[in-house]
Ligand binder design. Structure first.
Ligand SMILES: NC(=O)c1ccc[n+]([C@@H]2O[C@H](COP(=O)([O-])OP(=O)(O)OC[C@H]3O[C@@H](n4cnc5c(N)ncnc54)[C@H](OP(=O)(O)O)[C@@H]3O)[C@@H](O)[C@H]2O)c1
Length: 333
C-alpha cells in the first residue's frame, strides 16, 4: 500500500512510506505466547478484518509467532484486501520446539533469504510491505544481515525494511547502508528504555529521538505492558503456557511493587472517562509524530477501545505525572 490511506492524523511509516492510522494491530497473541485456551482462528481473522474496516493500516506479525501460524492467519485475513493494509513481518528468529517455545537467532544472509521466501508464501503476497530483522544475530555482523535484506528490497520481494530491539549505533550503521523504515522496540509507560532514561529529555541513547531526527518510524511493541497497563490483570491468574505465568513482571510481588503505576494511569483515565489502555496508548502517541504503537488483541471489543485512544489528548500535567512514574519492577523477560 503506497500512500493510499489518508485517515485523519495518519502517520508516515518512515520517510516516503505509506501513511497509516497512528495505531496498528499486533497479531502475535492470536498464535503465540499468551493463553492458548483463548485462541480461535476464525475469530482472529474476523478481528483483523474488523481492524481493516476501522481504518487500521498496519498489521504486525512474524514468522516466529506459532512457527508460521500467525503469518498464515494474517494471510487469510488480508486476502482480497491488499490495498487496505501494510503487512509487517519479521525474520531472523527461528523456532526449535513449538511445545517449549525454544528459539534461536539466525541472521545469516542465506537463512534470511529462506525466511523471506517462507513469509511470502505463508502471507500469500508477492511483496512484503515492511520486513524487520527480528533480532540481531550476535554471530553475524549486522551489516551482512542488513545487506541481505537490502538485496531482497532490490529484487522487489520486500518494499521496506526495519530492525527490532537495537541500539542507536546499530540503527545508524544499518541506515548508512540502506534506509531503515521503522524500528520496533518495547516502549510503554512502564518500559521507557528507548527514551534513554526516565523522560525524553535524557538524550543519551535516546532511540526515539534518533528515529525522529532521521525520518524513521518508531513502532512500540507491548505498548500495553503485555496487558498490565490496562488495569485488568491480576496475579496468579495466568494459565501455564501463557508467558506471563513465568515472566518476572507478573509475579505477585511485581504486581504489588508496580501498583503505583497502574493506579496513577487509572486516575488519569477516570478524569477523562477513558480506560487505562487508552491513556497508555495516548501517552505513546503524544511522544512524537513518528510513533505508531501496535497493541495486541484478539478481542473486537478491545480493538475498538484501543483505537479510541487516537482521540484522547492528555494535558502536559498529566503527561508529566506519567513521565515521573518509576519504570516497571521486574525484568522484561
Ligand atoms: N519485536 C518484538 O520482539 C515483539 C515482541 C513482542 C510483541 N511484538 C508485537 O507487538 C504486539 C503487541 O505486543 P503484545 O501483544 O505482546 O502486548 P500488549 O499489546 O502490550 O498487550 C497485549 C495484551 O493486552 C490485552 N489487551 C489489549 N487491549 C486491551 C484492552 N483494551 N483491555 C484489556 N486488555 C487488553 C490483550 O488481551 P486480549 O487479546 O484479551 O485483548 C493481551 O493480553 C504483538 O502482537 C506483536 O505483534 C513484537
Amino acid at each position: 500500500m503506497e500512500n493510499t490511506r489518508q485517515s485523519d492524523g495518519a502517520r508516515e511509516l518512515g520517510t516516503g512510506g505509506p501513511r497509516v492510522m497512528p495505531i496498528g494491530l499486533g497479531c502475535m497473541g492470536m498464535s503465540w505466547i499468551y493463553a492458548e485456551s483463548g485462541r480461535d482462528d476464525a475469530e482472529s481473522v474476523r478481528v483483523i478484518r474488523e481492524a481493516l474496516d476501522s481504518g487500521v493500516g498496519l498489521l504486525d506479525t512474524a514468522a516466529l509467532y506459532g512457527d508460521g501460524h500467525n503469518e498464515r492467519l494474517v494471510g487469510r485475513a488480508v486476502a482480497g484486501r491488499r490495498d487496505d493494509v501494510v503487512v509487517a513481518t519479521k525474520g531472523g528468529l527461528v523456532v526449535d520446539d513449538l511445545a517449549t517455545k525454544s528459539i534461536h537467532r539466525d541472521g545469516r544472509p542465506e537463512s534470511l533469504r529462506r525466511h523471506v521466501e517462507g513469509s511470502l508464501e505463508r502471507l500469500g503476497v508477492e511483496r512484503i510491505d515492511l520486513y524487520y530483522l527480528h533480532r540481531v544475530d550476535p554471530n553475524v555482523p549486522l551489516e551482512e544481515s542488513w545487506g541481505a535484506l537490502a538485496e531482497l528490497v532490490a529484487e522487489g520481494k520486500l518494499a521496506r525494511i526495519g530492525l527490532s530491539e537495537v541500539t542507536v549505533a546499530q540503527t545508524a550503521a544499518a541506515h548508512a547502508v540502506h534506509p531503515v523504515a521503522a524500528i520496533q522496540s518495547e516502549l510503554s509507560v512502564w518500559t521507557r528504555d528507548p527514551l534513554g532514561g526516565q523522560t525524553r529529555t535524557d538524550a543519551e541513547e535516546n532511540l526515539l529521538e534518533w528515529t525522529l531526527a532521521n525520518g524513521v518510524a518508531f513502532v512500540p511493541f507491548a505498548p500495553l505492558g503485555r496487558g498490565y497497563l490496562t488495569g485488568t490483570l491480576a496475579p496468579g491468574t495466568f494459565e501455564s503456557g501463557d508467558i506471563r505465568s513465568v515472566n518476572p513482571r507478573f509475579t505477585a510481588e511485581a504486581f504489588e511493587r508496580n501498583r503505583l503505576i497502574g493506579e496513577e494511569i487509572a486516575r488519569i483515565a477516570e478524569a477523562h472517562g477513558a480506560t487505562s489502555a487508552q491513556v497508555s496508548l495516548a501517552w505513546l502517541l503524544g511522544l512524537a509524530d513518528n510513533v505508531i504503537p501496535i497493541p495486541g488483541t484478539r478481542s473486537g471489543r478491545h480493538l475498538a477501545e484501543n483505537l479510541g485512544a487516537v482521540g484522547l489528548r492528555l494535558s502536559d500535567a498529566e503527561r508529566e505525572r506519567l513521565d515521573r512514574l518509576p519504570q516497571a519492577y521486574g525484568s522484561r523477560y
